[in-house]
Design a protein around this ligand. Structure first.
Ligand code: ADP
Ligand code: MG
Length: 492
């Protein structure tokens, strides 16, 4: 059999798998994989890293075996690391399976610089448009989508496919470190990929301002205007920087209008929604409001975990899922921070020559002042000290979901297994619901996560339990008292 045969068999296996595996997981794990060998006895599937190999062994072995069987290859399966799959693009590109819309895949030869020169006239600084700032590391394909960014991501995809057409302007806002720059640059990169001859310019509002100041100084405002009006897709990051800068706003207003009327795409990011941009002229604010306004917020626990997995795979570093969960539970302000912590943990682990453990990571987080105290109302954390008792007021001690379950159980003289089990007597049901309610409301865990802590219950079951508690708390003072005692017992 030839390599092409392998690829075609693997492609049909992947097609079926793409329907069974969560989209983000599929993109993260199945990219750059392929069949390396297939003979009478065995199938060898190549994966790009040791991290992926471990993951495949643990999570995907059985579904791959069964899909291979469906294809007529009921053989023993082994996984083998082959870095050339990625480096030499010998693996299968899985992105095509998830997007059925037409995809024009023109290669842009690692181009990260776009230049435009006037047909006539001298090519001077003023009439040449050059963007050196599109960073190829930002791609839509390596942006992990969660509920907090789904709309923004969908808008970016639509813009990348039909710039100037879908949402114009596209205005993305949110706090720092939540992926705005990533989305902006990725959309720019994607427009370039889809439209080879497009002129895409990314710049921060600060750089835009500096260029105007420079143009005014050199008495070349006309050159500046002419230059930006040749752009097909103008991407301006951190527009809030224009606050209070009247002259820059005026220039931007004219540029905006011209591009807008020519159906050229404008993408803007900001740390706040348009109406809250103080010091920005109303006429600009109303222009921003003409298109699509979407926000990005801090992702839920599952997305944080998916981001951590994707990043550790990118860095080719193996970290156990417990440790990744621990990080995801304890960081709740920005994705940049999540990345920073991960990098630090990897560096430390390499230095010490030992794999990261919950203990070592919690030490690092404590040092950085990042470990969430257990009375935090935002998210839960782990308690790596099982002896911690309820009178312990150490702010650095944090609770792990399973510890919360144990403590609630013992408060009611039950065992953890009573709570996570399926018995439905009232003396167990109420404590179970209280525990679920606390995990949801004090630790901000998702319904899915709580479901998995409670013996793999469905998220709707968990949601109902929470709703029931909320209803009960409105008019049942006994229940209120009971929950308060449990909270006290947990130091919440
Ligand atoms: P912002 O511009 O909102 O301050 P950035 O776009 O600079 O944030 O994001 C900070 C870091 O987090 C970047 O390295 C970016 O690649 C990464 N990042 C943010 N959101 C995601 C995501 N959803 N998936 C993958 N990486 C992300
Ligand atoms: Mg940014």
């Amino acid at each position: 059999m030839t390599v092409d045969n392998y690829t075609s068999i693997w492609t049909s296996v992947l097609k079926s798998l793409s329907k069974q595996v969560k989209k983000t997981d599929f993109l993260v794990w199945f990219q750059d994989t392929n069949i390396l060998d297939l003979n009478n006895e065995s199938v060898v599937v190549g994966v790009p890293s040791i991290f992926a190999k471990d993951w495949f062994e643990k999570k995907y072995r059985s579904i791959i075996e069964s899909e291979l069987k469906n294809e007529g290859y009921d053989k023993s399966l082994t996984f083998q690391i082959d870095t050339s799959l990625k480096a030499e693009a010998k693996g299968v590109d899985v992105k095509n399976f998830l997007d059925s819309s037409k995809r024009r895949s023109r290669k842009i030869n690692n181009r990260n610089e776009v230049s435009y020169k006037f047909d006539s006239g001298k090519s001077t600084e003023a009439n040449t448009i050059v963007s050196k700032m599109l960073n190829p590391k930002y791609q839509l394909s390596n942006f992990v989508v969660g509920s907090s960014s789904r709309l923004a991501f969908a808008a970016c995809q639509a813009v990348a496919q039909k710039p100037g057409n879908a949402y114009n302007p596209l205005f993305i806002y949110g706090d720092v470190g939540l992926g705005k720059t990533h989305l902006l640059q990725a959309t720019g990169n994607s427009v370039l990929k889809n439209f080879d001859d497009a002129v895409v310019v990314y710049l921060t509002a600060e750089k835009f301002t500096n260029e105007i100041v420079e143009a005014i100084k050199k008495n070349n405002v006309r050159g500046f205007r002419a230059k930006y009006r040749k752009v097909d897709c103008l991407v301006i990051d951190d527009i809030q920087f224009l606050a209070g800068k009247g002259r820059t706003q005026e220039e931007f207003f004219h540029t905006f209008n011209e591009l807008y009327h020519e159906n050229k795409q404008i993408i803007i990011s900001s740390d706040k929604p348009p109406q809250d941009l103080e010091g920005v002229e109303d006429r600009l604010v109303s222009r921003f409001e003409m298109g699509m306004i979407v926000d990005v917020t801090f992702p839920d626990y599952e997305t944080c975990l998916a981001i951590l997995m994707a990043k550790s795979q990118e860095l080719q570093f193996m970290i156990s899922s417990e440790v990744l969960e621990f990080i995801a539970l304890n960081i709740n302000s920005s994705i940049r921070e999540l990345e920073g912590i991960l990098t630090q943990i990897i560096a430390q682990s390499r230095l010490e020559g030992a794999p990261p453990s919950i203990e070592s990571v919690s030490r690092t987080l404590k040092k950085l002042g990042k470990l969430l105290p257990n009375h935090s109302s935002h998210s839960g954390g782990y308690n790596d000290n099982p002896d911690m008792n309820s009178s312990n007021s150490n702010n650095n001690s944090v609770l792990m979901p399973s510890t919360v379950i144990e403590k609630v159980a013992s408060f009611f003289n039950l065992t953890k297994f009573d709570l996570i089990g399926t018995r439905r007597t009232r003396d167990i049901m109420i404590p179970r619901q209280i525990c679920i309610y606390i995990l949801r409301n004090h630790f901000n865990l998702s319904f899915e996560k709580i479901g998995s802590e409670f013996g793999g219950r469905n998220h709707t079951t968990i949601m109902h339990a929470c709703q029931k508690m909320e209803k009960g708390l409105k008019n049942d003072s006994k229940l209120n008292n009971l929950i308060n005692s449990v909270r006290q017992n947990l130091n919440l």
